[in-house]
Design a protein around this ligand. Structure first.
Ligand SMILES: *[C@@H]1O[C@H](CO)[C@@H](O)[C@H](O)[C@H]1NC(C)=O
Ligand SMILES: *[C@@H]1O[C@H](CO)[C@@H](O)[C@H](O)[C@H]1NC(C)=O
Ligand SMILES: *[C@@H]1O[C@H](CO)[C@@H](O)[C@H](O)[C@H]1NC(C)=O
Ligand SMILES: *[C@@H]1O[C@H](CO)[C@@H](O)[C@H](O)[C@H]1NC(C)=O
Ligand SMILES: *[C@@H]1O[C@H](CO)[C@@H](O)[C@H](O)[C@H]1NC(C)=O
Ligand SMILES: *[C@@H]1O[C@H](CO)[C@@H](O)[C@H](O)[C@H]1NC(C)=O
Ligand SMILES: *[C@@H]1O[C@H](CO)[C@@H](O)[C@H](O)[C@H]1NC(C)=O
Ligand SMILES: *[C@@H]1O[C@H](CO)[C@@H](O)[C@H](O)[C@H]1NC(C)=O
Length: 501
């Protein structure tokens, strides 16, 4: 008896020694990439990692501990393009690996998230997880977008926009085979914002790589309303429309039905909670709010792009900074500003603060003409995704102030209109009250969206609804509804009071 126990202990000891031995560059020496040249491969073992992972990237908060992983970093170039891409893979031990690969997306101008939080969360859930820097270590496009003033760095732009994502999936799968001695059973993509765009790009352009997941204006020249005016407008929107859905809980289930007119606030006084100053709501603030809700149009009123929901926070969209004497200047969200400077004007000195609608219209059109085929994800033909047997699960916060949900809804509608079977592989959920990727504390957050996708892919459980929960106020769990159904308040009969209609 004691003999057998000894043998078992010995076998375990050997196993852990060999686990450490294979976390070694030699294990991965034969990995190659079509169109790429591997420059170097580094490995590192982490043992007994403990990380407090905050909520984010489609997962709930989790305190990870006792985690052993093998980290593999692969640097490669695409010869002739003067681009070096860094890909990172975290591998749980063989006994803790679920057989799944997870591609993890980025945010803003970052192609991939290389922080311990996301990687350790995924590894602790049994995923082998891969992420890429997309060819640029520096995040800000001022550091990488231009080869020189007037000339885009096309090779790097395309690498960032698409090819590095395909490469990361390929490399992740190769690393898995080399480390575990067998391929992944399932591959998932997970991301939001830039990561959501990347997920849609994988679905549209590289549909074989993943079993797939996802999520996802201008001020009046010269006049910069105080941010506090937008806080006042938001408060008035909530006050005016919150009860329309039958429940006064600060969450508007159907912001599209809210008919609040901000002109009614012009001239009214409001005390700013942040500064305790009294301000008067200006006509400019009302105009900016209306423009934000309508979306971008040409000077003749033609549609350019979708607007935001009335219950979204406009501080991001029309931010200003004000000096103590009350003078305010525009402080718009940096993402569209750097897009205009580095990708459209190709000029770091381009002044975006004073451009007019007439100047914006051709810039917008050149953006689409020049770049849609490289970075855009508006192709509604998902036949190849369907044929690959993959699933796409996507959600969008209705109060997203960065990327209005209407653009996503428009895309879903196009897909569903052209393929009557679309609901069998693509499901979209709207999350009332939720900010960009669930930032902030308002609204219903679907923290286990990835779990729903996995159950759909692996067990055939079709996600008719997506579990979500509140994070402030009355704590409750609700079900988001698969588009085109919408959440409605039904009282006691529904989960958390809500149902789908
Ligand atoms: C790499 O390939 C060489 C040549 O085929 C082979 O001898 C070697 O065992 C391979 N190494 C690994 C780690 O698979
Ligand atoms: C993680 O641990 C911290 C500190 O002990 C605790 O405050 C927090 O609630 C824990 N988070 C989770 C998700 O368990
Ligand atoms: C494997 O997973 C178990 C359960 O989550 C955990 O307790 C253990 O620490 C993990 N082992 C390694 C080596 O990561
Ligand atoms: C290659 O890129 C680096 C910056 O990443 C730049 O300094 C260098 O000039 C480039 N070389 C060529 C030949 O374009
Ligand atoms: C991850 O955590 C380890 C251990 O705490 C630390 O050494 C390493 O620098 C961290 N890596 C990143 C990318 O933050
Ligand atoms: C806000 O300003 C009013 C009037 O100036 C003053 O009475 C009040 O104490 C201030 N409140 C705070 C929290 O500073
Ligand atoms: C207010 O302050 C700003 C920055 O401190 C200054 O540039 C501006 O001239 C001031 N305006 C008035 C009306 O005093
Ligand atoms: C915006 O400002 C720049 C630099 O101050 C100036 O060259 C340009 O003419 C201005 N454009 C408009 C439309 O006022």
């Amino acid at each position: 008896m004691s003999h057998r126990i000894k043998a078992l202990v010995l076998a375990l000891a050997e196993l852990s020694v060999s686990a450490q031995e294979i976390c070694n560059p030699a294990t991965f020496q034969n990995i190659s990439l079509f169109g790429g040249r591997v420059l170097h491969i580094d490995t590192r073992s982490y043992s007994d990692l403990a990380v407090q992972v905050p909520e984010g990237q489609n997962h709930n908060a989790k305190n990870v501990s006792g985690l052993d992983v093998c980290e593999v970093k692969i640097a490669y170039e695409r010869p002739g393009l003067n681009v070096t891409v860094n890909t990172i893979v975290w591998l749980p031990t063989a006994e803790n690996w679920s057989g799944r690969l997870l591609g993890n997306g980025g945010g803003g101008w970052k192609a991939g998230v290389e922080d311990n939080a996301t990687l350790s969360w995924a590894a602790s859930e049994g995923f082998a997880v891969v992420s890429t820097d997309g060819g640029h270590v520096a995040v800000d496009p001022s550091q990488w977008a231009l080869a020189s003033t007037g000339n885009l760095n096309w090779g790097l732009f395309e690498t960032f926009a698409s090819t590095s994502l395909d490469d990361a999936a390929t490399l992740g799968k190769e690393v898995i085979k080399a480390f575990y001695g067998k391929p992944a059973s399932y591959s998932y993509w997970n991301g939001c914002s830039q990561g959501g765009r990347q997920g849609y790009l994988m679905a549209q352009r590289y549909p074989e790589q993943y079993d797939v997941q996802n999520s996802f204006q201008l001020t009046n020249a010269g006049e910069y309303p105080n941010s506090c005016e937008f806080e006042a407008i938001l408060a008035a929107v909530i006050k005016s429309c919150d009860a329309n859905d039958g429940l006064t809980d600060t969450i508007i289930l159907s912001p599209g039905d809210c008919t609040f007119d901000p002109s009614t606030l012009i001239g009214q006084q409001h005390i700013c909670p942040s500064t305790n100053r009294t301000i008067t709501i200006s006509a400019a603030a009302a105009t900016v709010a209306k423009q934000a809700w309508t979306g971008a149009t040409s000077p003749s009123g033609e549609f350019l792009w979708h607007g935001l929901s009335k219950d979204s926070n406009l501080l991001l969209h029309a931010g200003t900074t004000c000096s103590p004497n009350g003078t305010c200047l525009g402080a718009p969200e940096p993402l569209p500003i750097s897009w205009m400077k580095y990708f459209l004007a190709l000029d770091p000195t381009f002044n975006t603060l004073n451009i007019t609608t007439a100047q914006f219209t051709p810039l917008f059109r050149s953006s689409v003409d020049r770049y849609d085929s490289v970075i855009g994800t508006s192709n509604p033909h998902l036949t190849a995704l369907h044929n690959a047997g993959a699933k796409l699960l996507s959600w969008h916060g209705l109060a997203d102030p960065g990327i209005g949900h209407s653009g996503t809804e428009h895309y879903v509608r196009q897909v569903y209109d052209r393929d009557p079977l679309a609901a069998s592989y693509y499901r979209y959920f709207e999350a009332p009250g939720l900010d960009h990727c669930g930032a902030g504390t308002k609204g219903f957050y679907p923290g286990d969206a990835l779990g729903s996708l996995i159950r759909w892919v692996e067990e055939g459980v079709v996600p008719e609804t997506l579990e979500a929960r509140t994070r402030e106020g009355v704590e409750k769990t609700v079900e988001l509804c698969a588009w085109p159904k919408k959440m409605v308040y039904v009282g006691d009969e529904g989960k958390g009071g809500f149902g789908c209609k």
